[in-house]
Design a protein around this ligand. Structure first.
Ligand code: ATR
Length: 284
C-alpha cells in the first residue's frame, strides 16, 4: 500500500484526502492518502520519516509552504521563484518540491467559460501579499498578463512587485495600497479575510468588494472556498459578472499533484465530485 498525505497544521478539515482517495479508488491503486497534522517543533523529525517510512508524496499547506523548501533535495525552478512548495514527490528517498498552485490559478480563471469576455491584453488586480498572492501573480505574469498587486500591508505588495518585475520581461507588475486601487479587467482575492473575519458586516467590507469598484471588471475570482460564496463573489453575482469560486483552484492544484505522484492522468470528474461532497458536508 503506497502512502500519501497532506502536511499542514491545522490539517483536520482538509478536503484533499477526499479528492485523492477517490482518485486512488477509481484507478484501483493500492494507495492511501492521510492527514499529517504536524506541529512546528516536530517538522524536522517528520521530514526524516517521510524519507525513511516511504511516504511517496505530500501536499503541503499552511503554514509550511515556504519553510519546507529547506528540507528538500531539489526544488523546481517555478516553485523556487514563487518561494513556496505545495507538492513533494519522494523518488527513492530523494525529495523533489513543486508548486502546482500557479498553474491551477491560471486554469481556474482561463478555462472558465466567462474568460471569453476578457479583452486582449487584460490587466489583473490581485489582492493579497502572502504565498497565495505570489503564486497567482506568478501564473498571470508567466502568461504575459500585466498585474497590479495590492495588500493591506503595502510593503509586502511592493516586495512582490520588485521581485517579480525582475523575472518577467513580457509582462509588468506594479503594486498598490488597498485604499487607492485602480481598476482592471480581472479581479482576484487571495487574502484570508473571509476565514479570519467570517462575520464581517457589509459596512466593514474592504473597498475591493464595493459595487462601484467591482462593476468595472469582466471576471472576478476569489480563491477562498470556506465559504464558497464570499462577499466578493456575492457582489460579482449581483452585478452579473463572470465569477470563479475557490474550489476550482483547489481542484486543479490537486489534479496536477496526483499526476506528479503517480504519472497517471487524474480522474477529474471523480475528484470534482468528491470535493463537492466534502464542501457540502463541511457547510461551505
Ligand atoms: P497565504 O499563504 O494563503 O497567502 P498568508 O501568507 O497568511 O496566507 O497571507 C494572508 C493574506 O491575507 C495577507 O495578504 C494578509 O494581509 P497582511 O499582509 O496585511 O497581513 C491578508 N489579510 C488577512 N486578513 C485581512 C483583512 N482583514 N483585510 C485585508 N487583508 C487581509
Amino acid at each position: 500500500m503506497k502512502k500519501y498525505g497532506i502536511l499542514a497544521n491545522p490539517a483536520k478539515h482538509s478536503l484533499s484526502p477526499a479528492m485523492h482517495n477517490a482518485a486512488f479508488k477509481e484507478l484501483r491503486m493500492r494507495a492511501h492518502y492521510e492527514i499529517f497534522e504536524v506541529p512546528e517543533n516536530e517538522l524536522a523529525k517528520f521530514m526524516k520519516s517521510v524519507r525513511n517510512e516511504r511516504i511517496e508524496g505530500l501536499s503541503v499547506s499552511l503554514p509550511y509552504k515556504e519553510t519546507i523548501i529547506q528540507y528538500l533535495d531539489k526544488t523546481n525552478k517555478d516553485a523556487l521563484k514563487i518561494g513556496a512548495v505545495n507538492t513533494i514527490v519522494n523518488k527513492e528517498g530523494f525529495l523533489y518540491g513543486f508548486n502546482t498552485d500557479y498553474l491551477a490559478s491560471n486554469k481556474a480563471l482561463f478555462l472558465d467559460p466567462s474568460a471569453r469576455n476578457i479583452p486582449k491584453d487584460p490587466l489583473a488586480i490581485v489582492i493579497g501579499g502572502g504565498g497565495a498572492a505570489r503564486a497567482v501573480c506568478y501564473g498571470l505574469l508567466k502568461m504575459g498578463i500585466n498585474v497590479v498587486v495590492a495588500n493591506r500591508t503595502r510593503e509586502k505588495a511592493d516586495a512582490i512587485a520588485i521581485e517579480f518585475a525582475e523575472l518577467f520581461h513580457d509582462s509588468e507588475i506594479h503594486s498598490s495600497s488597498l485604499e487607492d486601487l485602480g481598476t482592471g479587467d480581472i479581479l482576484i482575492n487571495t487574502t484570508s479575510i473571509w476565514t479570519k473575519e467570517p462575520g464581517i458586516s457589509v459596512r466593514n467590507l474592504p473597498y475591493f468588494c464595493d459595487r462601484e469598484y467591482v462593476k468595472e471588471f469582466k471576471l472576478i475570482m476569489d480563491i477562498c472556498y470556506k465559504p464558497l460564496e464570499t462577499p466578493l463573489i456575492k457582489m460579482a453575482k449581483r452585478l452579473e459578472k463572470g465569477f470563479v469560486t475557490g474550489e476550482k483552484m483547489l481542484l486543479y492544484q490537486a489534479l496536477d499533484q496526483f499526476e506528479l505522484w503517480t504519472g497517471k492522468k487524474a480522474p477529474m470528474e471523480v475528484m470534482r465530485a468528491a470535493l463537492e461532497e466534502g464542501l457540502k458536508n463541511s457547510g461551505c
